[in-house]
Design a binder for this molecule. Structure first.
Ligand code: HEM
Length: 462
């Protein structure tokens, strides 16, 4: 009797499983979309495996090259690789960030701009800083001009001369990050409270070690959020990185909190103009008093990280490419020498003048294109409405993502896409240039596009 009931239960269970699998593979609205892997209709396991291996973008690219601009990655997840679809989706306000963002940033005390998923709240928060980061306002900013004078013409050039006269090996990545950190912190906290990582090598090393620590376990945290947070709540640190990440995060947050407090206790034009002071004023008008301090601390810390890491990666790759291509080194050198003579100044070029140097611009754009330092993939979803992507109908709730790594490798727009060829930006006719600009996605697009894109380009160019 018992065994008959058990067999019936097993049969019903198997029937449910088989019909679910058949639905996912043949009847789900996503079943018409080519599968990146034969398991994609049933599970995300293959995708997660690629993330752990660190080759998610390369795998996506080869799937798109074989199967077209829309591929299925999981039961409820697709990847797109065409600018028409990217523009449609990423510019549409009803598509928002998925839980991947807050899960990935979970160690942070407060929801920062980059991790906010509520569109209303995100837009209000972004407004508090957006005007400070527009191209026009950065180019006109006397504060920024002064920062470049102080940090680049002053400290960095002196250091360059020392390096040029020694035979010691210089770690360009570490030095680029240090210089960019000195620039971004002077912008955030004022010149007097900014870092001096170019010279203070020990402090730089400690900070960078902590930063690397916060990235450990990122894939586990963002993909297995419930599991990892349950472990953390129970204080079961079964993976060694869990303790390291928590400690590193705490030290960086303490560092940021201290900087914000110093700014609050100081005065002067430089302090009043700092992003930290201005963002604090905005938060005080829009957020409950008890939340201001931790929101400010986390947001400023995020700008420190994005201000030095993706930018430092690009500067290092540009130096690496230029080191191997003397003709580009010479062209760049001539352009800069000519521009300095024309500006008739002993000091730095202004941010506006730097913006108008075609060779420098081509070098920066091409490095960002080939070595996108923040390539994604960036996931979005529409919680309530179904949508169409080309010939496919996509149900509400489907995760849709795109990455600059894949978009920047479209051979029709960027011939020989893996090659670093700045001349493509100089020789392009109007039609080619507009196609290249359209497919250039290093900073994303739409309401969640990179807030610091113009700052990044200026910082890297200087
Ligand atoms: C080469 C340098 C940089 C690259 C390649 C880069 C790339 C990106 C990308 C692709 C996004 C959008 C992610 C998404 O769609 O979810 C983003 C967002 C963001 N970036 Fe950058 N970024 C860079 C530098 C900076 C700098 C210098 C800052 C600020 C100082 C900054 C601040 C931000 C912020 C606050 C967001 C979140 C924007 C929002 O959600 O509204 N980034 N960045």
């Amino acid at each position: 009797m018992m065994s008959q009931a058990f067999s019936q239960m097993m049969v019903s269970f198997l029937l449910v499983v088989v019909s679910r699998l058949a639905y996912l593979a043949y009847f789900s609205p996503l079943s018409n979309i080519p599968n990146a892997h034969f398991t994609s209709p049933f599970t995300r396991a293959w995708l997660i495996y690629q993330k752990f291996k660190g080759c998610e973008n390369r795998t996506r690219l080869s799937a798109h090259e074989k199967l077209g601009p829309v591929v299925r990655l999981g039961p409820n997840e697709i990847s797109i690789n065409h600018m028409d679809y990217v523009c449609e989706l990423f510019n549409d306000k009803s598509f928002t960030k998925t839980a991947w963002y807050p899960n990935g940033f979970r160690g942070w005390k407060s929801p920062i701009l980059a991790s906010l998923t509520d569109p209303e709240l995100h837009s209000r928060r972004r407004q508090l800083m957006a005007t400070r980061y527009t191209n026009i306002s950065l180019q006109k900013s006397a504060q920024l001009h002064m920062i470049f004078e102080n940090r680049v013409s002053g400290v960095f050039r002196e250091e360059l001369q020392i390096w040029a006269s020694t035979v010691a090996t210089i770690d360009i990545f570490q030095k680029s990050k240090a210089c960019l950190m000195d620039i971004i912190t002077a912008w955030l906290y004022g010149i007097d409270h900014g870092t001096n990582f170019i010279r203070d090598v020990d402090e730089e090393r400690t900070w960078s070690t902590d930063l690397n620590g916060t990235f450990e376990g990122f894939v586990s945290r963002s993909e297995f959020y419930w599991f990892i947070s349950a472990l953390e709540r129970s204080r079961l640190f079964i993976f060694p990185w869990m303790i390291r990440t928590e400690n590193s995060q705490r030290r960086l947050q303490d560092w940021s909190l201290k900087k914000c407090k110093h700014v609050q206790e100081s005065s002067g034009d430089d302090i009043d103009n700092s992003l930290c002071s201005q963002f604090r004023q905005g938060l005080e008008k829009t957020e409950p008093a008890g939340k201001v301090e931790s929101l400010l601390m986390d947001e400023m810390l995020d700008h420190c990280i994005t201000g030095q890491l993706p930018t430092g990666i690009i500067v290092s790759y540009a130096v690496w490419e230029l080191a191997q291509k003397p003709e580009w080194r010479e062209r760049l050198h001539n352009e800069l020498a000519h521009a300095s003579d024309a500006s008739n100044a002993n000091s730095n070029l202004s941010p506006a003048a730097v913006d108008k140097l075609p060779i420098l611009n081509a070098v920066v754009m091409e490095t960002l294109r080939v070595y996108s330092s923040n390539p994604g993939p960036w996931p979005r979803f529409n919680p309530t409405n179904a949508t169409r992507i080309g010939q496919y109908s996509i149900p509400a709730g489907t995760t849709i993502s795109a990455s600059s790594y894949c978009l920047h490798r479209n051979e029709n727009v960027f011939p020989q896409p893996n090659e670093w060829r700045p001349e493509r930006w100089l020789k392009a006719d109007d039609r080619q240039r507009s196609a290249m600009n359209r497919w250039f996605w290093a900073f994303g697009s739409g309401p969640f596009m990179c807030l610091g894109s113009h700052f990044a380009i200026l910082g890297m160019s200087f």
